[in-house]
Ligand binder design. Sequence first.
Ligand SMILES: *Cc1c(COP(=O)(O)O)cnc(C)c1O
Length: 385
Amino acid sequence: MTEQYRPTKAVISLEAIKKNLTVFQEKSGDAKVIAVVKADAYGHGVLAVAKAVIETGVDMLAVATPDEALFLRDQGIETELLVLGATPAKFIRVAQQRNIIVTAISLDWLSMAASHLEEKLEMLKIHLKVDTGMRRIGIQLDEVDQALGIIADHDFSFNGIFTHFATADEEDSSLFNQQVHAMNSVIKQLEDPSVMVHVSNSAAAIMHPELTSDAVRVGISLYGIAPSPYVGQEMEFHLYPALSLETEIVHVKKVKAGEALSYGATYRAARDEWVGTIPIGYADGMLRGLQGQDVLVNGQRTPIIGRICMDQCMIRLSKKVPVGEKVQLIGRQGEQQIFIDEWADRLETIPYEIPCILTKRVPRVYSESAEVSDLSFHKLDKMVR
Ligand SMILES: *Cc1c(COP(=O)(O)O)cnc(C)c1O
């Protein structure tokens, strides 16, 4: 990586990711783990994550888009790659050439793909997506026969069949059960036992280990994040958060009682206060809605005060600290830990969004440390409500 002069960075523990993966590999018994590394590995940096999970025994990666798959192939990743989303006609030949598995998302897609197959190349590998209730992409339940017919009539390499749950992370399991039931009846229609069946995302893999299949698709929890507060509360094992976000104080001053600061002068000091400025702002993904969120300085919680600017924001210090003091925005410092879930709560969103919105300007740095803190998961139990 080229040298960075700004101290703001996301530190990624590949060791944590490997531990999480191992947890799922053990939990899933005979089923394989497909590591979901779409969206730049949920913001953790896809190349490093891909290499780490391959080292830990994963033999299939899933991405969302054809471009994400090609990026990995271009970087020399030779593991099986599945594109979960739609792929256009002009990608069919590329998928054949580069050994990329594509998802059959509809009858029209199957006909389109059939008409673009290049006989001289390797057969196109497909996984058939069945819409059992998510209503996003996939063959409709009453189209399964027809889909299997088109597949049988053409030179596809029919390697897998899958569905996706809409509510696996929720307490109410009625739609989930309906989807399981629908998928079971689809699987019964399959004649070829070598077709790989995969249904579970992280939440289903955690909450419904009894579901049998050939593989589980684990995304969010590979990165040590619970899919929802409900799952976080119910799960009987620990995850290891992989991402920390840190920076350093670049400016320190005293603000007098009654003085305001930052855009809009929305914050006014109640008394004389020490104020630090940190070089991170909404252009880094630290959205303005995080005003009021704590950061950690010297192991203490310290609030962000005033509006968050594009590149900087201010924090209220309990005492004068030197420029260069380390600030932990996500992760652990001393006895304190700030989880991604806490940001998600404040932004009234789901934890998935948080690592994804950290922009490219924040370098992803990989920690060499093999140590994964105990504290991080003990507190996760308490934190995720
Ligand atoms: C993103 C995605 C997953 C992974 O889901 P997580 O909740 O992150 O584990 C699995 N399957 C499909 C089809 C997906 O799009």
